[in-house]
Design a protein around this ligand. Structure first.
Ligand SMILES: C[S@@+](CC[C@H](N)C(=O)[O-])C[C@H]1O[C@@H](n2cnc3c(N)ncnc32)[C@H](O)[C@@H]1O
Length: 273
């Protein structure tokens, strides 16, 4: 094995190490609910003090990745030969967790992110890396419009301004006739706290970037319908319960409290009709 190398990431691209920390640490547990050997390999190959930056890991991002895996697997089963676009994919290793030999996969991310991804994950004839911002519509030119497409954004939209998310969803809906979308949404109070505090301090050594986009759950469905401007089905899906520890108790109790579902993150799934 070669010497561990520093990732050399800053700002939003550095947050891919936060989510990798969650997935890889969960994957390394003997009682893991998220097997992912490739994530562990990458995690162990990086010269980076994950705990110093992000603290003790919890399985939140691993649970979220499982939700995205389920959406992608369902899409593949229903749309063999379709396209899967992952906006802001970072060091996600989903393509190793899901067995598929029919769809075309596209990763869209910033130059620093594609550089580190390609240290570990090579593009090939079915997996294309597109070095562009998700807000640069040029990535859409690379995706066939005559096939079903699933566009996923895991851990990305909270770093955008609301008008960027609105414009992007609007343009995606106008461009792709057969399209599904899946992305996670943080609650308004978290985004507000991050804006007021100029990022959320995870440890003494690391503060997240500002997360300008967060939405009250009760207004999300109406907003999304207005933004895509097409008939659609929208599902707002809760995170699964934590597998163990104190957070397991919290994740059982919170959904039972009146109104509390408005205060937690969720995953939005949109099927454009
Ligand atoms: C929290 S990480 C999530 C990475 C991965 N999806 C995951 O769940 O582990 C945020 C990702 O968004 C990417 N990103 C930030 N701004 C972006 C932009 N404008 N366009 C595309 N990707 C972007 C970062 O480079 C990084 O890979």
């Amino acid at each position: 094995m070669s010497e561990p190398r520093e990732p050399g990431l800053t700002d939003v691209p550095e947050t891919m190490l936060w989510t990798l920390h969650s997935r890889a640490v969960e994957a390394m547990r003997p009682d893991s609910v998220f097997p992912d050997a490739k994530a562990v390999e990458i995690y162990q190959s990086l010269d980076y003090d994950f705990e110093r930056s992000f603290g003790r890991s919890n399985p939140m991002a691993a649970l979220r990745a499982r939700m995205f895996d389920r959406s992608v697997s369902t899409f593949i089963a229903e749309n063999p030969g379709g396209s899967i676009v992952n906006l802001g994919e970072g060091l996600e290793t989903q393509r190793y967790r899901i067995s598929d030999d029919s769809c075309a996969w596209y990763t869209v991310d910033l130059p620093a992110a594609i550089e580190i991804r390609e240290r570990f994950i090579a593009p090939d004839e079915r997996h294309t890396h597109i070095t562009l911002s998700a807000t640069d519509r040029a990535w859409m030119d690379r995706i066939p419009e005559d096939r079903p497409v699933l566009i996923a954004a895991q851990g990305l939209f909270m770093y955008f301004q609301e008008q960027e998310v609105r414009g992007l969803l609007n343009d995606i809906a106008a461009r792709f006739p057969q399209c599904q979308l899946v992305f996670d949404v943080i609650p308004y109070w978290v985004s507000r706290a991050s804006v007021l505090a100029k990022g959320l301090p995870l440890t003494r050594h690391y503060r997240t970037p500002v997360m300008p986009w967060g939405v009250h759950r009760f207004s999300l469905r109406t907003k999304l319908k207005g933004w895509v401007r097409r008939p659609c089905n929208i599902d707002l899906v809760d995170y699964p319960r934590f597998p163990r520890g104190a957070l397991r108790l919290v994740s059982w109790v919170v959904p039972m409290l009146p109104g509390a579902r408005h205060w937690v993150p969720l995953v939005a799934e949109i099927q454009l009709l």
